[in-house]
Design a protein around this ligand. Structure first.
Ligand SMILES: [Zn+2]
Length: 59
């Protein structure tokens, strides 16, 4: 019987930030998501929480 060995799960790069752990987010001014400005600021990637790895799905 040829049983394939399980390969070790390799870390998956976060699709949102590309593994950087942070994203460039548009700066908005005013309360309640006012106008978006042309400025951008680095923000923590909420998908991976800054780790750069895609979160393991669910279980
Ligand atoms: Zn990310």
């Amino acid at each position: 019987m040829a049983t394939r060995k399980k390969t070790q799960p390799k870390p998956v790069t976060c699709p949102d930030c590309g593994g950087k752990g942070e994203i460039a987010e548009t700066v908005r001014v005013g309360a309640r998501k006012g106008r978006a400005t042309e400025d951008r600021q680095a923000a923590l990637c909420l998908t991976c929480l800054g780790t750069g790895d895609a979160p393991a799905d669910g279980k």
